[in-house]
Design a protein around this ligand. Structure first.
Ligand code: PEP
Ligand code: MN
Length: 349
């Protein structure tokens, strides 16, 4: 929809916009109001170049898009009936819990193996374990490919599918060859389109699930959903959206908690929302409340850092990881909030 700066466009201006949209297979339909005339673009109005050219015209106030810029992930898409299954859970039917260490310590594999057993015991469905780590300071530990063996051993022992972040094509290949079930795209890479493209291509013919974190740099929700769409466009729509806190930071919290965007995402997309409360608030004592808030806001799942003995963890674990006891309590409470939100209609009255 083209909104002109004046009440209506002059005939030569209408001719100019008609000529532009025609190049993109569209036409113009004036909608005449008592005072103002606006101009509908009839056809597929998603082409960025067409919109940019129209927005560049001096007599155009703005363009309001009616069609969604993301075709596949849109709520109204045919894919909306697609259901993602992982760890015995169908997203949307039961609260999905992903839990485990931020970082696997390759020198002390028993910590991870014990964490894995405790995570399973707490009722989680997917085990997370950081093999390679993006770091705020590049000189700190960035992970070790040896940890992939520890991760897969924990998967075999517990029977849980596993989640690990990948940051480049080499790690992607190692993770897929090892049999990682869920690939995490971290907040620093969520706008790295060449990585998203590689992941999209690599998972196209698999049932791998991708957890896309919300970038620290992302502005609009459309940017987030479009990044998910870019992965799905190669053929595998198993993409989960993960708010994990964004900048600017608040005093006290590691990031600015953003679980409250869940209902806004759900208005736009069918993609399940799995919130990461650990990176959002960044301190173990704040994590349970953030997890509960996420479920209250309508999250379909949670990704929580947990460690058998946080003080002996590496990476984020000493400050963020929940102990197995707190993890189990948090999961139980979150399930209660989940069931409140999913009471059958009769039970609500
Ligand atoms: C992580 O999950 O450990 C991590 C580094 O997360 P993020 O990309 O959200 O910072
Ligand atoms: Mn972490």
């Amino acid at each position: 929809m083209i909104l002109p700066k004046s009440n209506r466009l002059a005939p030569e201006q209408v001719a100019e916009i008609t000529e532009i949209v025609r190049e993109f297979g569209c036409s113009i339909q004036p909608i005449v109001g008592a005072v103002r005339t606006i101009y509908a673009i009839v056809g597929d109005e998603r082409d960025e170049l067409m919109i940019n050219r129209l927005e560049g015209l001096s007599y155009v106030e703005r363009i309001d898009r009616i069609q969604s810029p993301f075709k596949l992930m849109d709520r109204r898409s045919d894919l909306a009936s697609h259901r993602i299954r992982l760890g015995g859970v169908t997203l949307g039917e039961e609260l999905l819990i992903v839990a485990g260490q931020c970082t696997i310590d390759p020198k002390n594999p028993n910590y991870f193996l014990e964490t894995a057993a405790a995570v399973k015991e707490s009722g989680a469905h997917v085990l997370r374990g950081g093999v390679w780590k993006p770091r705020t300071n590049p000189y700190t530990f960035q992970g070790d490919s040896k940890s992939i063996e520890i991760l897969m051993e924990a998967s075999r022992r517990t029977g849980l599918p596993v989640d690990a972040e990948v940051m480049d094509e080499e790690q992607l290949q190692v993770a897929l060859d090892a049999g990682v079930h869920m690939l995490q795209v971290g907040a620093r890479n969520a706008l790295n389109y060449s990585l998203l493209r590689s992941i999209g291509r690599a998972v196209a013919k698999r049932d791998t699930v991708v957890l896309l974190k919300r970038s620290i740099h992302m502005g609009t929700l459309s940017e987030f959903i479009s990044a998910a769409e870019y992965i799905a466009a190669f053929g595998n729509p198993n993409v989960l959206l993960c708010p994990r806190g964004t900048s600017p930071t608040l005093d006290g919290y590691r990031n600015h908690p953003d679980e409250s965007i869940t209902p806004l995402l759900k208005e736009k997309t069918w993609a399940p929302v799995v919130v990461d409360p650990s990176h959002s608030v960044g301190k173990a004592s704040y994590v349970p409340a953030c997890a509960l808030a996420a479920v209250a806001y309508g999250a379909d799942g949670l990704c929580i850092e947990a460690h058998i003995d946080p003080s002996h963890g590496i990476g984020d674990d000493p400050k963020q990881a929940l102990t197995p006891r707190v993890l189990a309590e948090t999961i139980a409470q979150c399930r209660q909030v989940w069931s409140l939100r999913h009471l059958p209609a009769a039970g609500r009255s």
